[in-house]
Design a protein around this ligand. Structure first.
Ligand SMILES: C[S@@+](CC[C@H](N)C(=O)[O-])C[C@H]1O[C@@H](n2cnc3c(N)ncnc32)[C@H](O)[C@@H]1O
Length: 279
């Protein structure tokens, strides 16, 4: 378990998108950093497929509105957390493993003056540093792929939710078992561990104390998004190589190319789940 945790942190400590890069882009676009609005970050701070619409889908499923207390599991740089607060008026606590992401999230949240309603705290979703029955909704965008014990993370979501509280998240799905070589590539290049299929996920959610309310297979949608992203990534990589500058992390590139192929073949994909806490 410690190996998976270390690997996720290593991956995100070296991630090409950081708070510093986002701030530099915003500054380059407007010339200064006074009165930056949350909306000005949204093109840069969402680390999942489907952008803001993916957050809206989770918000609808989790019935997030003004004053809803939300925990965002694996919050990253806090993009979805800030969006849920700015767009819906939620009070959001993000739980994030990687210290550099926690620090970056604080910087970006303060920049857009959302720090009274959004905070990203350092923690592991398998042992959440929040009291029992303290939130109305738990959300997570595309991050449980890194979490080795998903049953434990889901049990933690159930513990911190009030009775009748709602869970809504997206994650990678393995529609069929990967070959050992592909599983190793996803692990080495993207820190993906213990992927499961839709039926297994449904059972894990029910066993954690929830009633599943919806399951959406996002694989076809992701296949289209990924084709476009890969083309952009290859173009950028070519440009940086031609310019003689750093071209990116090779293990990531190799696994990303294979990931896109596996999604277009339907071996891997995405799922969106929602559930309500029983009792
Ligand atoms: C793909 S990013 C998604 C970030 C964010 N949900 C978003 O959509 O912008 C995955 C994040 O999960 C975090 N993470 C991985 N394992 C975790 C764990 N066990 N507990 C908390 N965070 C974790 C990583 O550090 C990373 O920031």
């Amino acid at each position: 378990m410690a190996t998976e945790i270390r690997s996720a942190i290593d991956f995100y400590e070296r991630h090409p998108i950081s708070a510093g890069i986002i701030v530099a882009k915003v500054k380059a676009a407007r010339g200064h950093l006074d009165n930056v609005s949350p909306e000005e970050l949204f093109a840069h701070d969402q680390d999942h497929y489907g952008g803001l619409a993916a957050n809206d889908a989770l918000a609808a499923l989790a019935k997030i509105g003004d004053g809803t207390r939300v925990a965002d599991f694996c919050a990253g740089l806090g993009g979805p957390a800030r969006y849920l607060s700015a767009r819906y008026g939620a009070d959001v606590t993000g739980i994030e493993l990687t210290p550099a992401r926690v620090k970056g999230a604080a910087e970006l949240t303060a920049l857009v003056s959302l720090d009274t309603k959004v905070r990203v705290i350092e923690g592991n979703v398998m042992q959440v540093p929040l009291p029992a029955a303290s939130v109305d909704a738990v959300v997570s965008q595309e991050a449980f792929l890194h979490v080795p014990d998903k049953a434990r993370a889901l049990a933690e979501a159930c513990r911190i939710l009030k009775p009748g509280g709602r869970l809504a998240f997206t994650d990678w799905i393995a529609h069929r078992a990967l070959s050992p070589a592909d599983a190793d590539l996803m692990w080495q290049g993207m820190a993906a561990t213990n992927l499961c299929d839709i039926a297994t996920y449904r059972t894990l959610i029910e066993n954690a104390g929830f009633t599943v309310t919806s399951v959406d297979d996002l694989t076809a949608e992701w296949a289209e998004i990924l084709k476009v992203r890969l083309a952009m990534y290859i173009k950028l990589r070519g440009e940086t190589q031609a310019a003689g500058t750093v071209s990116g992390h090779d293990a990531f590139y190799e696994s990303y190319v294979r990931f896109v192929a596996l999604v277009s073949e339907g071996a891997l994909g995405g799922g969106r789940f929602s559930a309500v806490k029983r009792g």
